[in-house]
Structures are given as C-alpha cells and as structure tokens.
Ligand binder design. Sequence first.
Ligand code: PEP
Length: 242
Amino acid sequence: MKNLLALNWKMNKTPTEARAWAQELGEKLEAGQAELAVMAPAVTLSALAANLPTGVGFGGQDVSAHESGAYTGEISAAMLKDVGATYAVVGHSERRDYHGETDAVVAAKARQAQANGLTPIVCVGEKLDVREAGEHVPFTLAQLAGSLEGVGTDVVVAYEPVWAIGTGKTATADDAEELAAAIRGALQERYGDAAAGIRVLYGGSVKPDNIASICAKPNVNGALVGGASLKVADVLGMNDAL
Ligand code: PEP
C-alpha cells in the first residue's frame, strides 16, 4: 500500500499563499513513492484545485456532521466534494479539545464524509497523562471504536498522540508501531479482511529527518503532518525520504 502524506496546514495560508505554494510544489515535485494530499482551510480549496500538480489531492480539515441547512459557519461534505476534495479530516485533537467534539460527533462527521464520496481521516490519540499512566493503548482503541461507529471501510485512521502534536516531541518509531499495530488489530475485528486495505497514519512532529524510520514500520502507512507541511522544501524532503 502506498504511503499517504497528509499535509495539515491548520489555520495557515490565505488563498493567495495557497496558490503560490501549489505552484511551487508543481515546479519542484518529482515523482515520489507517496500519495500527497493537502488538508487546507476551506477558503483555499478552489485555489488548490486550480493549481496543485496532477496527482496531488486535497481535503477539508473538518466537515459538518449534517447534510445541509441551518448550521451557520459549517462546511458540508457535499461542498467539499464539489470543489474537488477527496478527503476530510475528522476528530483532530484541536477540534476535540477546542470545540468539544465527542467520539459520536466525530463518527457522524465521518459518516457524512463517506455518504458524499469523501474518505474521512479519523484522528485518535492520547494525552500525556494517559500515556504516563500506561493507558494509551486501551484509551486510543476506545476512542477509535466510538469514532468509527457506523463508519465504512473507505477510511484512513491517524494515530496522533496529543503530546507529540506541534511540540517537537515525536513518538519513537516503536511507539508509533505499537499503536498502529493495535489499531490494525481493532480494524481487523471490526472490518475483517477489508482492514488490510485501510491506511493507518502516524502524526506528531513528523519532519523530513524522522519520517522514514516511522513509515518503515509494518503497520504505519504514512503520516499526518502539521508544522512541516507549510514549506514546500520540507514536503519535498519528506516525499523524498519515503
Ligand atoms: C497535526 O496537525 O496533526 C500534527 C501532527 O501537527 P505537527 O506535525 O505540527 O505535530
């Protein structure tokens, strides 16, 4: 299975900056081993659709749990699909923490994404106190079970230990593999043989010099990258390393 390099810009880049980034990527990107997709602010997606090089996809950083209607400020899965997105991130820890998203809400968003032909990237992962208590595996698997309620197999799971996001503290490749293997086991129980086709990503301070060792692990199929997704040079470095 090809690694997926999912680039999460978070709340960075205007449409003008997104256009310049996409054009620079197009000038410099050489065929790599990974699939690339940019998870970008909704207002930049049209600029990405028009300027990303062929073969590089994009998606939303969130999606509404509702089909349409009186949900001021939300972006529906149909809107993302219409602009050409193929992915939607759901349940990022920043959404869970700052917007109170529960596993049930995350699952509803993932179902909406799938119902509209988008592949949800479902994020799970523990905070530092949970890891220090040695509860990171059961905690993350419980979060996963809740976040996949009613969700089909066209899904990507991103294991992102919250203590490693944006902190410069990366989990070791063995830490990433421990959870990726546990997640793979849970996916097998839930989906049977189809689980083999589901990508499990690692996220948390991934950059060009650590991505190769993490993605070399047998159950890790790519990375969800925040900080190192903003500069084209870092993206090229990660793509080259895979
Ligand atoms: C993220 O935004 O999901 C993330 C992993 O961020 P960073 O790579 O900056 O830790």
